[in-house]
Design a protein around this ligand. Structure first.
Ligand SMILES: Nc1nc2c(ncn2[C@@H]2O[C@H](COP(=O)(O)OP(=O)(O)OP(=O)(O)O)[C@@H](O)[C@H]2O)c(=O)[nH]1
Ligand SMILES: [Mg+2]
Length: 348
């Protein structure tokens, strides 16, 4: 027990149901975004709609029993994994390894993911070899080469996300939903006593090296303290934080960390009815971004009328952006940037 459900409840507001140990709980967290707060203050809309991230809460495993209880299929369906590791000492809460050692526990879980991936890779390699003996197919050969690279990495206990795979390689193996390829958020659930170390982050908990790996992000927090803070009014909470020397809200950082790891960015729509953050992947072009709002807007796309968030703040109003020339008209191939404030022109 590391505090996964405690954290899940804090992030999503869903109280721990009395579900069976193997059942998976799903919940939605609102992505905190100070920019949306500013836009809401500017437009005073009837509705404020933040971006969201969906979390799944699963039961923890004991060492070596992963295949028995880890719901691998559920994990495979996720876009990223969050591993909550035990950093707090509490005799009353059982720990599968007996003592507290975040670095060891991260490795234990990683080994489970690597073993699960290895099974899939080995099967696939066998099948590909047989197929290639029958028919010399270029795509099969390419996939075999990638799979062999993957196997070599896994045998060296290296997670697949550490490999420098090309876009084309990734496309070819996407369907296998490898666990060790998924972006990983490690959350150290630290002891209340260590609140002074939280601001230092990963290094203070022996996870400094992990933080440097590709697709990996480490956050340290105390679920217990966060649960106490969640009961407080905003002013009190801020005071409590500064007394304990804890920086910005850890839950906000967890959600933002998830969002970044997933390669997601936000664009905004604004107006008197609604100010809203919309979620797209980095690299999404204007016409596709329009489709996130409605398929009609994508189909009938004419232009995106937009301004960068900072420019809108600097100018003060949409109208002033037009005067200053920071308001632009972009076509369907324009690549959206994080924080673009947009009004789509479309025709259906
Ligand atoms: N002292 C202390 N106790 C905590 C902390 N976080 C969670 N707990 C306690 O640890 C116990 C287990 O917490 P859960 O959140 O249910 O742990 P879990 O990881 O979901 O456990 P499993 O689902 O069984 O794997 C509860 O009694 C919590 O109150 C913490 O930061 N400090
Ligand atoms: Mg739980």
């Amino acid at each position: 027990m590391t505090g996964k459900t405690t954290l899940f409840t804090l992030l999503t507001g869903i109280e721990p149901a009395h579900h069976a140990r193997n059942e998976v709980q799903i919940g939605i967290a609102k992505v905190p975004d100070p920019r949306l707060d500013k836009l809401t203050a500017m437009y005073n809309p009837k509705k404020r709609v933040p971006a969201t991230v969906e979390y799944m809460d699963i039961a923890g495993i004991e060492k070596g029993e992963a295949a028995k209880v880890l719901p691998i299929d559920k994990l495979r369906s996720a876009d990223a994994l969050a591993h909550v590791v035990r950093g707090f000492v509490d005799e009353a809460v059982p720990h599968s390894e007996g003592d507290v050692d975040p670095a060891r526990d991260v490795l234990t879980m990683e080994t489970e993911f690597i073993l699960a991936d290895m099974v899939v890779v080995e099967k696939r390699i066998q099948k590909l070899k047989l197929q290639i003996m029958k028919v010399q197919d270029a795509d099969d050969k390419k996939e075999l080469a990638i799979m062999e690279r993957c196997l070599e990495a896994l045998e060296a206990e290296t997670p697949l996300r550490n490999l420098d795979l090309s876009e084309d390689d990734l496309r070819r193996i996407r369907g296998y939903t490898f666990l060790s390829l998924k972006p990983l958020l490690v959350v150290v659930n630290a002891d209340e006593e260590d609140s002074g170390k939280l601001a230092e982050g990963a290094a203070a908990f022996g996870l400094g090296d992990l933080e440097k790996r590709p697709g990996t992000h480490v956050i340290a927090l105390s679920a217990k303290i966060e649960a106490e803070i969640a009961q407080l009014e905003q002013d009190e909470a801020a005071e409590f934080r500064s007394d304990l020397g804890i920086g910005d809200p850890a839950l906000d950082r967890s959600i933002q960390g998830s969002y970044d790891l997933l390669g997601l960015i936000s664009f905004f729509t604004v107006g008197e009815d609604e100010c809203r953050a919309w979620t797209i992947r980095k690299g999404t072009v204007a016409q596709k971004a329009a489709g996130v709002i409605h398929s009609d807007i994508e189909r009938g796309f004419i232009r995106a009328e937009l301004v960068a968030y900072d420019d809108l703040m600097a100018a003060g109003t949409w109208h002033d952006c037009r005067d200053k020339g920071t308001l632009r008209l972009e076509g369907k191939e324009y690549v959206f940037k994080d924080g673009d404030v947009v009004n789509f022109r479309f025709n259906v």
